[in-house]
Design a protein. Structure first.
Ligand code: AMP
Ligand code: MG
Length: 392
């Protein structure tokens, strides 16, 4: 049996970061920057008002001043503010020459011909200075940053329409099993609803990739190969579930083992011992052949696929995202295999194993928010012990 760590190391040695491409900003959310983004101009580009009010010389207030002009954001013809004058100014409008402060409208009578200002104003009040956010030429985002809403905003804010990124990997999810039925359709005897393709596609999306749920293909290896052929052209990675263990009717193993580019092996873990991984086609598209039991396939995704997707996105593959917690009950684990038991991690730093640790017990998984990791050489964990936990 391979250890979890060795198996993951093999996967990470095989997958590669996706090649950068230039995308329109509208399509860049969730991608990873592949260039440093800098600003061609200072931001703000010019001194401007931080408030609606009056641009004045601070030494002229308090007092009543004639209002000689009105400037809105976007104005470009500005009259200078002479001694004893005020200009009505809106938030974001450029500061007129001569003025050194903005008096907020709340401190005045709001006049449009003349304005009565009731209090002192410090020099520089309510002015946003050119370059106080970003200097011209300054790098605002570094390569390797994931583009979220605010990052998209600053890229637009420095005037860019297109940006070089590593795209989100496109991941096709296929489930296998003659017993599977689409949710919503009635169940005949011996059938179950296909849940893995939903779980895994959702997990792909949560991992910052694009998930395409191809549905289920039964147990015929020829049909599976045909489907793989169809999807390979648009996939950066493929995930299958089921059909990789030791029984008969293991279509994934039967279809892929003869190709010689996908290995099926036992990994020393519970749940999820049977695993397959390799590459397909001329483009060497990685394929993760996960076991069929719902908890096994999900745990396998978290341990093996997620870090691989991080690598494809050009992100660090931090594989040790665990926290320490105190387990509220005792645990058992098979010798020689690393266990990932489902638990509820509480804010007081305790973790409680959920009832139902079978690898088919999807409802129990759905009630958990953490995996409790029990090392290979530990078979019993007394209640109250400290354990490592992976948050889900
Ligand atoms: P297999 O690995 O194909 O032998 O499947 C192991 C167990 O997982 C069997 O009980 C299957 O019925 C179940 N299973 C396989 N695929 C799915 C799926 N997509 N959704 C829910 N259960 C599944
Ligand atoms: Mg099956």
């Amino acid at each position: 049996m391979r250890s979890v760590d060795a198996y993951l190391a093999d996967i990470l040695a095989t997958v590669r970061p996706l090649a950068p491409l230039e995308l329109e900003l509208e399509r860049a959310l969730g991608t990873t920057l592949a260039e440093d983004v800098s600003s061609p101009v200072p931001l703000p580009p010019f001194d401007n008002s931080a408030m609606d009010g009056y641009a004045v010389r601070a030494e002229d207030v308090p007092g009543t001043l004639p209002v000689i002009d009105d400037v809105a954001a976007g104005s470009d013809e500005l009259r200078a503010v002479g001694p004893g004058h005020a200009v009505r100014i809106m938030t974001g409008a450029p500061m007129p020459a001569g003025a050194d402060s903005v008096v907020p409208v709340e401190w005045t009578d709001g006049g449009t011909v003349s304005v009565q200002i009731n209090r002192d104003v410090p020099v520089g009040n309510a002015i946003r200075r050119a370059g106080e956010d970003v200097q011209a030429g300054e790098v605002v985002l570094k390569a390797g940053t994931v583009i979220g809403p605010a990052q998209l905003g600053i890229i637009a804010g420095v005037g860019r329409r297109r940006v070089w990124v590593r795209p989100q990997p496109r991941v096709v999810v296929i489930s296998t099993g003659a017993e599977l039925v689409e949710p919503g359709a009635p169940l005949a005897r011996g059938q179950i609803w296909d849940s893995n393709s939903y779980t895994l596609t959702a997990a792909v999306r949560e991992a910052g990739a694009e998930g395409f749920r191809a549905g289920s293909v039964g147990d015929d290896p020829a049909v599976l190969l045909d489907q793989l052929d169809t999807h390979l052209v648009r996939a950066d990675a493929i995930i299958t579930s089921g059909g990789v263990s030791m029984g008969a009717y293991e279509p994934v193993k039967e279809a892929l083992a003869p190709l010689g580019t996908v290995r099926f092996e036992k990994v020393a873990m519970q749940p999820g011992m049977p695993q397959g991984f390799g590459v397909l086609g001329d483009d060497r598209v990685p394929i993760f052949a996960l076991p069929g039991n719902p908890v096994s396939s999900f745990v396998s995704f978290m341990l093996f696929v997620r870090p691989a997707l991080d690598k494809m996105r050009g992100l660090p593959t931090d594989t040790s995202r665990t926290v320490t917690a105190y387990v509220t009950g005792s645990l058992r684990s098979p010798a020689g295999r690393r266990s990932y038991l489902r638990g509820v991690l509480a804010s007081d730093g305790t973790v409680s194993p959920v009832h139902g640790q079978g690898s088919h017990q999807l409802a129990a998984l759905a009630s958990a928010n953490a995996l409790i990791v029990v090392p290979e050489d530990v078979t019993e964990v007394p209640g109250g012990s400290s354990v490592e936990v992976i948050r889900l």
